[in-house]
Design a protein around this ligand. Sequence first.
Ligand SMILES: [Zn+2]
Length: 442
Amino acid sequence: MGVKVPCMITTFERVPLAVVLIGGLALAAGPGAAAAQTCPEPASLTAGLTLPMAAVRYLADDALDGRLAGSAGEQCAGDYIAREFARMGLRPGGEHDTFFQAVPLASAINPHAPAGTGRNVIAILDGADDRLTHEWVVVGAHYDHLGEGAPGSLAPGERAIHNGADDNASGVAAILWTAETLARGPRPARTIVFVAFTGEESGLLGSAHYVAHPASGGDPMVAMINLDMVGRLGAGPLIVYGVGTAEEWTSLVEPAAARAGVAVATRTEGYGPSDHTSFYLKDVPVLHFFTNTHGDYHKPSDDWPKIDTAGLSRVAAMVADVTAAVASTRPALTLRRGAGEPPRPASEPGQGYGAWLGSVPDFTPVDRGVKLSGVTVGSPGATAGLRAGDVVLAIGTHEVTDLQAMTDALRAHKAGDVVDVRVLRGDEMVTLRVTLGDRSTR
Ligand SMILES: [Zn+2]
């Protein structure tokens, strides 16, 4: 029986595990990273392409085998990112004057984390202002994905390469474009560090390691900008989380969006199922850029031809603009604590996530309830007839006002509980009887 583990963003039901891991990393690294393999020559895949699309095309190629953290395919991805940073003339920010920082992947909390060692890929653009160069702005995106469908896949039973073009080759591509643009100058006042994280899909492992061992050493990190899934802008909007984590964010984000011609939906919360959470937990103001989930999310079909190339370029332009602004605006951002619900640690490994419904939320804000972008095949929700587009309003006696309320409702139940789930389907109110499942055995 395949055992599935919660993995980032799939469902808000899964959010807590990721966050629990931050406080509970086992530091016993397994044996070294994956066996050597011959990586594809970038020019053979990216001929005729420029950033950001060239990076998506390379990272999402089958030869990289889904970039599972610690795997040979992920090593090829990391090598490619490091070579790009070097080509731009950025300074290595990893260990021993390299671009790499080793990250132990084994975890006492997440028994399904890949064994061995992953690598964060880190590059520095030094600030131009002597007084501000010791203040650091972090721009990050995870580059690992699900390999051939390990835990976290939404295509159960199917063993196939999950290329993760949107999740998150797109985010890495956008930070590379940003790095290239800012490295050409004019150079911002503060120092900017670009980080491609490993181990996000297994529970923010790379970013949790980074905040404990930052390239900035004892210098302050004054802002963190995270890109996770920015390749499907389409008709938009671009969702920007975290504007409530600093007083000035909105005044920086909105003009940048207008200049880039991007419609944005801003959200205040600084905690979410991706790497920015690691930084907000350390009192760093954060943003998370996100073009929403879709039917290919965490499936083998998340491929590069489906990327909105023009949209990705506009998002990248906006990110470069916001990054340059926050790196030069004086004074530094004013942190606001308490934007959103902090993740609550589970009492024991494998516990505290509540019962399993199988819903995949649509992250576009709605007036009330939680709109679903999908329902996991074979899940209790799917069996009961829950569908994409449904807006969940209640689970049992728990009213569902937002994602947090839905998380709470599921956490209040256990596997085997039979509950009525009330949803709005178009104009119609529908009640479905669901036998909730066991998250830990799926
Ligand atoms: Zn992701």
